[in-house]
Design a binder for this molecule. Structure first.
Ligand code: AMP
Length: 282
């Protein structure tokens, strides 16, 4: 028989849908904004390995978009997403309406600091992590998952959510999942759909540059000069670079020498109208 996940749209029906699973054992949550791709599917499969019941949330969260950003045009493909979620035998799809998430009079916001103020994404999207932390905290209290899966693709987000869960003593284990890539190295992203053919050809420069930079830093080249060269390479491919930085992999604090920590290289750059981000470990 064809599998159909249960779709729920109000918090009370969500509670009813999940009550038996909380009694029966583990629940893993995969928060998404939909337009699902192989990256999301990897998170879902990792969730399945840890928990008896898998909940996928689909919510394009208005609170994490600035007015000039792509909230209106962000891809929404519920029917296609349901086909993916059915094939993966996901148990519950939590697809709240904006009113269910933010009812009239909603007036509370989580204000993350630390990694959320590292001067990376937050420098270019100042509203972003407040919006993410608030909706993720709500998703956690709604679903009450034992595990929640987040992609390393959004590395600063993974650090912020991990810190929030720790600071607020949330009873959920945050699981980071390595970035899933196209054959040419481009990190899968719902926003890749915005790229023109010529932009798509140039987009893998981001990952290629990160890989070269990581190798050069490992080989002992000074971090600063590696970053300057990397930035130039990315600009040559037609990107406008927001940042290319070497940071401490856990705290996201700036790194001056190779001995300052486990290093993570993080990049964000615009190609035409599309803003892409990526990161790798050194
Ligand atoms: P999004 O729908 O883009 O908000 O992403 C939902 C979750 O999927 C987040 O935890 C992302 O980090 C994760 N994700 C997105 N793209 C990838 C990818 N290429 N590989 C692994 N995880 C990803």
């Amino acid at each position: 028989m064809v599998w159909r996940p249960q779709v729920v749209r109000t918090v009370s029906s969500l509670r009813r849908a999940l009550a038996p699973s909380h009694k029966a054992g583990n629940v893993a949550l995969v928060p998404t904004m939909g337009a699902l791709h192989r990256g999301h599917v990897t998170l879902i499969r990792q969730a399945r390995r840890r928990a008896r019941r898998v909940v996928v949330s689909i919510f394009v969260n208005p609170a994490q978009f600035a007015p000039h950003e792509d909230f209106g045009s962000y891809p929404r493909r519920f029917a296609e997403d349901m086909a993916v979620l059915s094939a993966e035998k996901v148990d519950v799809v939590w697809a709240p309406t904006p009113q269910a998430m933010y009812p009239e009079g909603f007036a509370t916001r989580i204000a993350p600091e630390g990694a959320a103020k590292a001067g990376l994404e937050d420098a270019f999207r100042p509203h972003f992590f407040g919006g993410v932390a608030t909706v993720v905290a709500k998703l956690f209290t709604q679903v009450e998952p034992d595990f929640a899966m987040f992609g390393e693709k959004d590395y600063q987000q993974l650090r912020v959510v991990t810190q929030m869960a720790k600071d607020l003593d949330l009873a959920v284990k945050i699981v980071g999942v390595p970035t899933v890539r196209e054959k040419d190295g481009l990190a899968l992203s719902s926003r890749n759909a915005y790229l023109s053919e010529s932009e798509r050809e140039r987009a893998p420069t981001l990952y290629r540059t990160l890989k070269t930079a990581a190798a050069d830093i490992k080989a002992g080249e000074p971090i600063e000069s590696v970053l300057v060269a990397g930035r130039a390479k990315i600009e040559l491919a037609g990107f406008i670079v927001d940042y290319l930085e070497a940071r401490h992999a856990r705290t996201l604090a700036p790194i001056l020498t190779r001995n300052d920590g486990p290093i993570r290289l993080l990049v964000a750059a615009k190609l035409g109208k599309t803003r892409l981000i990526d990161n790798i470990a050194v």
